[in-house]
Ligand binder design. Structure first.
Ligand code: SF4
Ligand code: SF4
Length: 210
């Protein structure tokens, strides 16, 4: 499947005095940013029924190179996920809020077709593991294990070799992946509608949203 309908959270910024409203926004499916009095930013993100951070929430913190989050233990946001925004990414997170300020409600339904898009097939770091290499071989493409297609770092890390233009070598002129059925797990794992996806679409295609 390449076409998806995604309900993505809308980002809103709140002052600490409006934490109850922020928590309600997150409970309704949105993402909240608390702008503290010292200008530090905290994200408040949703959790699933098991208390795990939602997939789009997790990808939002990964997009700003933050891997840690904590569950709020008291107050209006109790039970929700909270993560501090690193200083270097405060501008990006506030930009998400600005981008979403034109949308009403806590969430927004968008349609995305990966085979028509391919934005994340540019300037990406696609790490390969043994399962990927086996899939290439079993798919009749043992040639993909050659130096023309992959890079092996001294630490053993294997990645796809991209063209100098920044485009993946497997991306056709029709914007379709030529090895789609045997593409690496990294490519499969990229979450459609995540902030990383939206950023790739904005950087490569110029689409500000969706
Ligand atoms: S950027 Fe998003 S919509 Fe485009 S191909 Fe990648 S995951 Fe699919
Ligand atoms: S292997 Fe296919 S899906 Fe992965 S980056 Fe290259 S063109 Fe995109």
């Amino acid at each position: 499947m390449s076409a998806y309908e995604v309900v993505r959270p809308i980002w809103r910024r709140f002052k600490p005095a409006y934490l109850t409203r922020a928590a309600a926004h997150v409970h309704a499916g949105g993402h909240a940013v608390i702008v503290r009095d010292d200008d530090a930013l905290d994200m408040i993100l949703g959790v699933d029924e098991k208390g795990k951070i939602t997939e789009l929430g997790l990808w939002s913190i990964l997009a700003i190179e933050q891997q840690r989050w904590r569950r709020v233990t008291s107050g209006p946001a109790k039970g929700l996920a909270m993560a501090r925004v690193k200083v270097d990414y405060e501008g990006s997170v506030l930009d998400w809020c600005d981008r979403d300020s034109v949308h009403e409600g806590p969430a927004r339904r968008i349609k995305l077709d990966c085979l028509e898009c391919a934005a994340c097939c540019h300037e990406s770091n696609v790490v390969l593991d043994e399962a990927d290499l086996e899939r290439f071989t079993e798919g009749g493409r043992a040639d993909l294990l050659g130096r023309a297609y992959i890079k092996r770092a001294r630490d053993g890390r294997i990645t796809l070799r991209f063209a100098e233009t920044g485009k993946c070598q497997h991306l056709g002129r029709d914007k379709k992946c030529r090895i789609y059925t045997i593409r690496p797990d990294n490519c499969r794992a990229f979450v459609v509608g995540s902030e990383a996806c939206l950023a790739a679409r904005e950087d490569t295609l110029g689409y500000r949203d969706g």
